[in-house]
Design a protein around this ligand. Structure first.
Ligand code: THU
Length: 130
């Protein structure tokens, strides 16, 4: 699976978003080490803080299906430029997916690829709970 194809799946997932209040559509596509893809979108709620981001939707879908090993996650949004994952999603990616490739796509299909560890240096994790 090449990363442009994965990012295009994130763009596709964006069309399913339910951004009732922000009107900001986001899609994500998570790639497992055995090349399965789990997509997700942001889902908003009238109790605003219950909103879930696209990345977490995709990750929780995959985890709940028994997946544990991941290679990359792609993120696409309505924005002209790259949409970086929010702080909460950085923690979830770090904790549940590890130091994977985080791929952001802009409206001209340019990709920006960063490691989880670049986006969240000195991450808190299970190693800190001992
Ligand atoms: N959002 C995501 O889905 N992922 C991010 O990493 C950034 C923010 C969503 C949450 C909310 O529904 C909307 O974008 C505006 O913040």
């Amino acid at each position: 699976m090449d990363y442009l194809s994965l990012a295009k799946q994130a763009v596709e997932a964006k069309s399913k978003a339910l951004p009732t209040y922000s009107k900001f559509h986001v899609g994500a596509a998570l790639l497992t080490t055995d090349n399965k893809i789990y997509s997700g979108c942001n889902i908003e709620n009238s109790s605003y803080s219950l909103t879930i981001c696209a990345e977490r939707t995709a990750i929780f879908k995959a985890i709940s299906e028994g997946e544990r090993k991941f290679k990359a996650i792609a993120i696409a949004a309505d924005a002209e430029s790259f949409c970086p994952p929010c702080g909460a999603c950085r923690q979830i990616i770090s904790d549940l997916c590890g130091d994977i490739d985080v791929i952001m796509i802009d409206q001209d299909d340019n990709l920006k690829i960063m490691k989880t560890s670049e986006l969240l240096p000195l991450a808190f994790g299970d190693k800190d709970l001992v």
